[in-house]
Design a protein around this ligand. Structure first.
Ligand SMILES: [Zn+2]
Length: 343
């Protein structure tokens, strides 16, 4: 982490108002590319999108193979949020033993790509057993109490074997974390992600599945689920269906492993479908969404990159879409099931 440049945000403890200047840069779409490969073995390199955009039919004919996403422009984040330090003004009654510092500095990556580098470096320390546990001191808690500026949102499974801050060797105020079985995106998850992006200006979202996920395994096993667990299974089933269709001869255990990745794409798809805020921020280069899979045994994170159809999905789900009306994707491609997005 010492090798990367850092931006520092000066937080005035009593400064309540702050500017929220946002430097927006253009974002150039990748060049035209071919149809995505549908072979199961290429699930990582050219993963199938979760489902097809509802309208227009299929995806644009010119889309396909994994786009090479240009690095987003640096995003200037606000130095503090209005009202963030309001509570600090009510602590005058006690003869405080320690006065908080007048100002405190919070380090943060300059942009989403640097945020990924921080996470990758932290994960390497974690897997090597050399974690530094940065930003875990009492002073850090005091600093970020004035206002949080997490540099990444992490959506992952509730599985107890994924201690998120430790996996990335980060501390207090670094990560905006959502956890739900199967790392699914429903309205509450989408709203939380939007809050992080819109109000905390988080430049990066990681949707992270994991090996041996019980929720995905249950969906792959097609067993009976009781109570509200059934809603989780139903949400994961489209990913399992795609994994099975692409790998008809594989046993359920191997299908589950493939479905973990498919389920990551499904969650990103569901977010792009339902969140105009995220679509707009991604299109402007203010938010980068990346898939990942955590290995609960080895502790390493496999980085999947952006959704291979990201730009097409954003275009298709945007209001007033006037893109080219294209034919249905050939059946031989990974074109998703027609109704797989209806869950
Ligand atoms: Zn899980």
């Amino acid at each position: 982490m010492t090798s990367v440049s850092k931006r520092r945000y000066t937080l005035g403890i009593l400064a309540i108002t702050a500017g929220t200047t946002l430097a927006l840069g253009g974002w150039t779409n990748p060049p035209e590319h071919n149809e995505p490969d549908t072979h199961a073995a290429d699930a990582h390199a050219t993963p199938a999108p979760s489902t097809k955009p509802a309208t227009p039919a299929a995806k644009p004919a010119s889309t396909g193979a994994k786009p090479v996403a240009p690095p987003p422009p640096p995003a200037v984040r606000p130095s503090a949020k209005p009202g963030a330090a309001a509570a600090q003004t009510t602590t005058t009654a006690k003869p405080a033993a320690k006065e908080p510092p007048a100002t405190a500095e919070v380090e943060a990556p300059a942009n989403a790509d640097e945020a990924i580098k921080w996470l990758q470096d932290g994960n390497q320390r974690w897997t090597a057993g050399r974690d530094d546990a940065p930003n875990t001191s009492p002073a850090r808690r005091q600093t970020v109490a004035a206002g949080q500026h997490p540099f990444a949102t992490i959506l992952t499974c509730a599985d107890s074997r994924i201690p998120v801050e430790r996996v990335f060797d980060r501390g207090v105020g670094d990560l905006f974390v959502l956890r739900v079985a199967g790392n699914l995106v429903g309205p509450h998850e989408a709203g939380t992600i939007e809050y992080g992006a819109e109000h905390l200006d988080v430049p990066l979202l990681i949707v992270m599945g994991h090996t041996k996920c019980g929720a995905v395994g249950a969906a792959a096993g097609h067993g009976h689920a009781e109570g509200n667990i059934s809603s989780l299974i139903q949400a994961i089933e489209p990913a399992v269906t795609r994994a099975e269709r692409l790998n008809p001869s594989l046993p359920a255990a191997e299908i589950a492993a493939i479905a973990v990745k498919e389920n990551v794409w499904q969650s990103i798809f569901d977010l792009l479908k339902t969140s105009q805020i995220c679509r707009e921020r991604v299109a402007k280069g203010e938010l980068k969404i990346v898939g990942a899979v955590y290995d609960i045994s080895g502790g390493s994170v496999e980085w999947l990159g952006e959704h291979p159809w990201q730009s097409e999905l954003i275009a298709a789900f945007s209001p007033g879409h006037t893109g080219p009306q294209t034919a249905e994707a050939p059946a031989a491609t990974t074109a998703p099931e027609a109704h797989a997005d209806e869950h």
